[in-house]
Design a protein around this ligand. Structure first.
Ligand code: AMP
Ligand code: MG
Length: 409
């Protein structure tokens, strides 16, 4: 059985292989959060555009400075002013944070290190050339690439685009991700289930995970565990850019997703990964009915809600990132100290709902009590997943372990 790392690599290379030209559109910057840049953004001018003071104080010639030096203040510069007076030997100009350094000056003395009487400014120390000044072009040169194609817009990336006036960036079209849950026992979450039915929580969590990746969820509803219903709904799902299924991929008599995908000529890349929860996860490529159509990635996730969430994060995310024109992000694995010993079945990587907390400077992690992969309540209470590697049967308290922070919004 392949490891989750191998499975992620296979998904990435397969989806990359299928990917044609990604359609693009231009969007107002304020609506670009989460979108992926299709074209690089270049700097419209040097940044900073002038030698900028980064402190409130006095613009000076560094050579004039020493403890007890006295300089004559000959002017003032506020942020936004254009400097008209030059600093000459023995003089200084009062300067505010964000203002341009005047001609002749090469450093700033912080106001805290000065005392002033009338125009006479007394320094309590020397400063070196360049002190408290950010030189023109030192952050970015005019014409240089400031954001590469494939970058996803978070708040900092949006600020960079705003800084250079990229008001309508060209981004990739959001991939449409069809979501089909399966199971005779599954009913709409807004309805009242019979005593042995369960509400459809997976269609809600999968749609949220798709939206968090900046893609468009297309909710197809739930298919009964029947060949006919699965055929119809899978066929509809193949119209989207990718199809995510939940349930019906285990070994049960009514787990019919794989046989139906086979009818559609699916090429199975894998149908099990050495993880728990989520072992029966399936990744396949399917062609929609029209013969010239491109193959579509299909993710068959196990139906138990925690398995569905974990396998989505591990396997669907990199696929959607590539379909979006972005580079797949590395798993944000961090380290923490295990609070109490644990034992898990070896041979599988385990992802256990857990709580990360801090004790002084030490990150500590403790798995939550849970009833296995159906226990979505434990998952909702967890702020991370504790990752137990497949070669470990027991881990002692005090050992360093890997954790995967959980996105909670
Ligand atoms: P399956 O993977 O189809 O064998 O389902 C495994 C377990 O997950 C069963 O207990 C199902 O009732 C449950 N399950 C399947 N689909 C969903 C769903 N859409 N929402 C919540 N639970 C589900
Ligand atoms: Mg089922």
């Amino acid at each position: 059985m392949i490891s989750y790392q191998q499975a992620r690599e296979r998904i990435a290379s397969k989806v990359r292989e299928l990917l044609g030209a990604v359609a693009t559109e231009s969007v107002p910057l304020r609506q670009a959060l989460g979108r992926v840049l299709a074209q690089e953004i270049r700097s419209d001018r040097d940044y900073p555009p002038f030698d900028r003071s980064i402190r409130d104080g006095y613009a000076v010639r560094a050579a004039d400075t020493h403890a007890n030096a006295e300089l004559r203040c000959i002017g003032e510069l506020r942020a936004g002013d254009s400097p008209s007076i030059s600093a000459t030997a023995g003089t200084c100009l009062q300067i505010m944070t964000g203002a341009p350094l005047p001609e002749g000056a090469d450093a700033v003395v912080m106001v805290e290190h000065t005392s002033r009487e009338g125009d006479n400014v007394k320094l309590d120390r020397a400063v070196g050339p360049g002190q408290h000044v950010v030189r023109r072009g030192s952050e970015q040169k005019a014409g240089g690439t400031i954001l590469a194609a494939g970058t996803r817009f978070g708040f900092a990336e949006l600020a960079v685009a705003a800084q250079v006036g990229a008001a309508n960036p060209v981004v990739t079209r959001k991939p449409r991700i069809a979501i089909l849950t399966t199971g005779d026992e599954v009913v709409d979450f807004a309805s009242t289930p019979g005593p042995f039915q369960i509400r459809n929580s997976n269609s809600v969590s999968i749609a949220a995970q798709v939206a968090l990746l900046g893609a468009d969820p297309v909710i197809l509803g739930n298919a009964a565990d029947s060949l006919q219903d699965l055929r119809e709904k899978i066929s509809a799902g193949l119209q989207a850019d990718a199809l995510v299924l939940s349930g019906g991929v285990s070994m049960g008599k009514y787990d019919l997703v794989e046989p139906v995908l086979r009818e559609f000529g699916a090429e199975f890349i894998f149908d099990a990964v050495a993880i728990r929860p989520g072992k029966p996860v399936v990744f396949a490529i399917c062609k929609p009915s029209s013969p010239d159509a491109q193959g579509k990635p299909i993710f068959g996730l196990p139906g138990n809600p925690v398995s569905t969430m974990v396998t989505f994060d591990l396997f669907v995310s990199p696929g959607i990132e590539i379909l979006s024109g972005a580079k797949p992000s590395p798993l944000p694995l961090l380290e923490a100290t295990l609070i109490s010993a644990l034992a898990e079945k070896p041979g599988l990587a385990h992802f256990l709902p857990a709580i990360l907390s801090w004790s002084g400077d030490t990150p500590r992690v403790s798995p939550l009590k849970w009833q296995g992969s159906g226990d979505v309540v434990a998952m909702a209470h967890a702020n991370c997943l504790l990752v137990v590697p497949p070669d470990r049967e027991t881990i002692e308290a005090g050992e360093r372990v890997r954790i995967l922070p959980r996105r909670v919004y």
